[in-house]
Design a protein around this ligand. Structure first.
Ligand SMILES: Cc1cc2nc3c(=O)[nH]c(=O)nc-3n(C[C@H](O)[C@H](O)[C@H](O)COP(=O)(O)OP(=O)(O)OC[C@H]3O[C@@H](n4cnc5c(N)ncnc54)[C@H](O)[C@@H]3O)c2cc1C
Length: 570
C-alpha cells in the first residue's frame, strides 16, 4: 500500500508547474521545457488546439447565422463583454461570458477574460512595443509606487530574445522612449497617414507618427517556419484564431514548441485553487486543483511554480493560498498583495475628416495601424498631471454604399461603392498611477462555482487621469487642426477601467520586501520557489502595451530559476 501511495505522488510530481497557458504561461512552458524540465501546465479553460479548434476561422460572413452580429439576447446576457470590440459571432467561443465566472465590482470594472488554452493570446490586438527607462525610472523620478528593481538594460536582451521567436514587425524609428527591437518588415502607412506623419514632423519637434509594432509575421524567418507558422495573410480576422500562425499566439507558437520537447504535460479544465505551502520545508510544494468537469480536488507537486493566470487571477490565487506561515496569502507579509493595481486609460477618442488625397484610396486590409509614442513629460515634468499617453491613429477612405435596388443592381452598387473623403481617428492610451486605494481582494462571503472566494475589484480613475484625458483631447485636436483636418469631434467615453484589458499590479516587483512582493527576478521575496511573471508583477504601467514585456520578464525569470536550481542541485 505504501508503495502505491508513493507511486501516486510520483505520478503527480513534476519539475515545474505553470499556472495558466496564455501569453506569459505559454512562454514559461516553452522556456522551462526547453531547459529539460518536466513541466505541468494547468489551464482552467478548455483545450484549444491550433487550427483544429478555430471553428470560425475560415467562415465567410454569409456562413454565420447572424452574419457576424450577436443576437440581442446574447448582448443583453453579457453587458460587460459586449463592450469589447472583439466580441462578435466569430469570437464568442473565446470569451468568458458574464454569468459564468462572477466577480464583485465594488466600483465598476469591465473584466474581459479568455479562459482556454492560449488565454487572451488568441484575442489580443498584437501591439507590441518595448518599454524604456522612461518607464522603469518613472516611479522613482515622479515619486509614486516604488522604484522598479530593474532598468531597461536588464530586460533589453530578453526583449530581443522573445521578439525573434514571436515575430514582431516594425520600423527602427530611433525614438528614446520607444526602443527599437528585432523587427520583421513593417506594415505600410497609407497616403493620408503619411500626410499626417509629415504634418506632425513639420510642426512638432517632440512628436512622431510611426507605424505600429505588431506581433505579425510579415516575412517568415527560419525560426517561424520551424514553428509551422507562415506569413500573415492580412485577413484581419485574427481574433478567431489564425490557421497560418500569422500572428503570435500561445496556441500557434510557444505551446506546440514546448510540446515538441517531450517535457510538457498540458492539463486543460484544471482550475488552480491555491498553492500549497509546506511550513516545515519553508517552501511551496505544489498546487491544489479542481477539475472543472468533475469538481474533483487533486494536488500536483513541483520544485518551482510559475504563476501566469493573468494579473487579477494571479492575485486571486495567491491571496487564496493561505497557510500557517502565510495567513493573508502566499508571500503577503506586508499585506500589500492586491494593492497598487494600475491599468491604461483608454477613455478618449478624437476623429475628423480629411479632404485631401481624394485621387487615392487603400487596397486590401492591414492588421495594424500607426502609433503616436508618448510625448508628454518624457524628459522632464511639464504639465499639471504626471506621466503621459500614447495614441493610436488611422485614416480610411469612407465608402458610401447604396443599398437601394434589388438583384443585379443592388449587387453592383454594393460591389462598387462610391468613395467619400477620408475619415481619420485616434484613441488615447494613458498611463495610470498605481495606488494603494486601487485594489483587488477576496470577498469571502461570495463563492464562485468552484467554491473559491470571488474577487472583489475596487479600481477607479483619479484626478491625474481626468487631467490627462483633457490634455489628450486638446493636443490631438490641435494636431488634427494643424494638419487641416475638418469636422473634428472629441469624445470621452468615461468607460470603466478594465476595457483597456491591460490591468496590472497587485504583486509588484521592488527592491524592498517591506514594500513589494517580488524581487528583481519576479520571485516572491518570502517564498523563493514561486515566480510571478504576468501583469500582476508590474510596478507601474507605462503607456506602451504590456504583453511583450510579460514575455520578456517570463523568459528572463525562467533563465534565472533554472540557473538557481542547478546551483542548488535541485
Ligand atoms: C481584445 C484584446 C486586445 C488586446 N490587445 C493587446 C495588445 O494589442 N497588446 C498587448 O500587449 N496586449 C493586448 N491585450 C492584452 C493581452 O491579451 C494580455 O495582456 C495578455 O494575454 C496577458 O497574458 P497572460 O499570460 O498574463 O494572461 P492570459 O493570456 O489571459 O492567460 C491567462 C490564462 O490563465 C488561465 N487561468 C486563470 N485563472 C486560472 C486558474 N485559477 N487556474 C488555471 N488557469 C487559470 C486563464 O484561463 C488563461 O488561459 C489585449 C486583450 C484583448 C482581449
Amino acid at each position: 500500500m505504501a508503495n502505491l501511495a508513493i507511486d501516486a505522488v510520483k505520478d503527480m510530481t513534476y519539475d515545474a508547474i505553470v499556472i495558466g497557458s496564455g501569453i506569459s504561461g505559454g512562454w514559461a512552458a516553452k522556456e522551462l521545457t526547453g531547459h529539460g524540465l518536466k513541466t505541468l501546465v494547468l489551464e482552467r479553460g478548455k483545450d484549444v488546439k491550433h487550427i483544429k479548434d478555430y471553428p470560425t476561422t475560415t467562415k465567410n460572413p454569409w456562413e454565420f447565422e447572424h452574419r457576424g452580429q450577436l443576437p440581442l439576447e446574447v448582448k443583453n446576457q453579457n453587458p460587460i463583454i459586449s463592450k469589447c470590440y472583439a466580441f462578435y459571432e466569430g469570437t464568442e467561443q473565446f470569451f468568458v461570458k458574464d454569468a459564468e465566472h462572477p466577480y464583485v465590482q465594488e466600483k465598476p470594472f469591465d473584466w474581459i477574460r479568455g479562459y482556454q488554452v492560449g488565454g487572451k493570446s488568441l484575442l489580443w490586438a498584437r501591439q507590441t512595443q518595448r518599454w524604456s527607462d522612461f518607464d522603469f525610472e518613472g516611479p522613482a523620478r515622479d515619486g509614486f509606487a516604488v522604484d522598479w528593481p530593474i532598468r531597461y538594460a536588464d530586460i533589453a536582451p530578453w526583449y530581443s530574445y522573445v521578439e525573434k521567436f514571436a515575430g514582431i514587425s516594425g520600423n527602427r524609428d530611433g525614438i528614446p522612449q520607444l526602443p527599437d527591437g528585432e523587427f520583421l518588415p513593417p506594415h505600410e502607412m497609407n497616403c493620408a497617414e503619411t500626410f499626417f506623419q509629415k504634418q506632425v514632423a513639420q510642426k512638432y519637434k517632440d512628436r512622431q507618427v510611426i507605424m505600429g509594432r505588431a506581433a505579425h509575421i510579415t516575412k517568415p524567418q527560419p525560426i517561424h517556419l520551424e514553428q509551422g507558422r507562415a506569413q500573415c495573410q492580412h485577413r484581419t480576422i485574427c481574433e478567431r484564431g489564425c490557421p497560418f500562425g500569422g500572428y503570435f499566439s500561445s496556441n500557434a507558437s510557444t505551446i506546440p514548441w514546448a510540446a515538441r520537447t517531450g517535457n510538457l504535460t498540458l492539463r486543460a479544465d484544471s482550475v488552480v485553487h491555491s498553492i500549497i505551502y509546506d511550513d516545515e520545508k519553508g517552501k511551496a510544494t505544489g498546487v491544489r486543483v479542481i477539475d472543472a468537469n468533475t469538481k474533483e480536488v487533486m494536488e500536483f507537486y513541483a520544485k518551482i511554480i510559475f504563476v501566469n493566470a493573468a494579473a487579477l487571477n494571479t492575485n486571486l490565487i495567491l491571496l487564496n493560498s493561505t497557510s500557517k506561515r502565510f495567513p493573508n496569502g502566499l508571500g503577503n507579509d506586508n499585506e500589500l498583495m492586491g494593492k497598487y493595481v494600475g491599468f491604461h486609460n483608454y477613455r478618449a477618442r478624437v476623429s475628423a475628416e480629411y479632404d485631401g488625397h481624394l485621387d487615392s484610396t487603400t487596397d486590401g486590409r492591414r492588421p495594424n495601424s500607426p502609433y503616436i509614442p508618448r510625448f508628454r513629460n518624457v524628459h522632464k515634468q511639464e504639465t499639471d498631471f504626471l506621466r503621459g499617453y500614447a495614441a493610436g491613429f488611422n485614416a480610411n477612405r469612407k465608402s458610401i454604399t447604396n443599398q437601394d435596388g434589388l438583384g443585379e443592381s443592388l449587387k453592383n452598387s454594393l460591389l462598387n461603392p462610391s468613395l467619400g473623403g477620408w475619415s481619420v481617428g485616434s484613441h488615447m492610451m494613458g498611463e495610470t498611477i498605481p495606488k494603494e486605494s486601487n485594489y483587488v481582494a477576496l470577498d469571502k462571503s461570495k463563492k464562485d462555482p468552484y467554491d473559491m472566494p470571488q474577487l472583489k475589484v475596487s479600481i477607479d480613475y483619479d484626478e491625474n487621469d481626468e487631467k490627462m484625458t483633457k490634455d489628450y483631447i486638446e493636443q490631438m485636436t490641435e494636431m488634427f487642426t494643424n494638419a487641416g483636418f475638418k469636422n473634428i469631434q472629441a469624445k470621452d467615453s468615461k468607460q470603466a477601467p478594465g476595457l483597456d484589458i491591460h490591468e496590472m499590479g497587485g504583486v509588484r516587483m521592488g527592491k524592498d520586501p517591506k514594500t513589494s512582493l517580488l524581487n528583481k527576478w519576479n520571485q516572491l521575496h518570502e517564498c523563493k520557489n514561486v515566480f510571478v511573471t504576468d501583469g500582476a508583477s508590474m510596478t507601474s504601467t507605462s503607456t506602451q502595451n504590456p504583453s511583450l514585456t510579460y514575455m520578456a520578464f517570463t523568459a528572463r525569470a525562467v533563465d534565472y530559476a533554472v540557473k538557481e536550481m542547478k546551483k542548488m542541485n535541485l
